[in-house]
Design a protein around this ligand. Structure first.
Ligand code: ADP
Ligand code: MG
Length: 179
């Protein structure tokens, strides 16, 4: 298995469609060197984990904004690498939708069909570990069909990450900092 595959880069502006048209924010990172550095990454949908700078997190649990609160959070993610056939992009992009911690109930499950949303974090360095492949990219007859498939992708990612590979990529900072 080629996994984990590590990608990283600053969060850049994408096509401005994720949130506006789909209601699914996707953090974009540069894809320019992808074909050279990772020829094994064929276009498609993958799952993995993202290490996010704490400043990119919502402030709900950050009572201490001091220097030693720099605790990186690892969050599950589903991502697409490719041309988004529905939109017929001509350049390849890496689009990462970050999900809530797996300990929380799935927000994309039928009862609560909302996609995870955080405060914007453009410019932040994003570290991504790709842990597995879900499916190739498809074209869709409608926006709804596309959104429905992404919903399924999120559930597949959640199940895969719960099943394996996920726990050992989580640095347990809580246990490490029993000062
Ligand atoms: P763009 O086309 O510029 O990528 P999007 O509509 O796809 O815009 O929104 C992506 C931006 O939204 C990210 O760069 C990030 O700053 C923010 N964001 C908020 N919540 C999430 C999330 N759960 N996953 C990914 N990005 C998110
Ligand atoms: Mg995007």
């Amino acid at each position: 298995s080629p996994y984990p595959i590590r990608l990283s880069g600053p969060v850049i502006k994408g096509f401005g469609r994720g949130s506006k048209e789909l209601g699914i924010p996707t953090a974009n990172i540069p894809a320019d060197d992808l074909s050279e550095e990772h020829p094994e990454l064929t276009t498609g949908v993958y799952y993995g984990v993202v290490a996010l700078d704490p400043r990119a997190q919502s402030h709900e649990d950050s009572r201490n904004d001091g220097e030693n609160s720099a605790e990186t959070t690892i969050l599950p993610a589903v991502l697409s690498i490719g041309y988004n056939p529905f939109y017929k992009n001509t350049v390849r992009s890496v689009e990462i939708h970050i999900m809530p911690q797996l300990t929380e109930p799935s927000p994309t499950a039928v009862a609560q069909p909302k996609f995870h949303r955080m405060p914007d974090f453009y410019g932040t360095k994003l570290n991504l570990l790709i842990l597995g492949y879900i499916r190739p990219e498809y074209d869709y007859v409608s926006l709804d069909a596309l959104i429905e498939d992404i919903r399924v992708d999120c559930e597949v990612a959640r199940q895969s990450l719960l099943r394996d590979a996920y726990q050992r990529y989580i640095v347990d900072d809580d246990q490490g900092s029993n000062q």
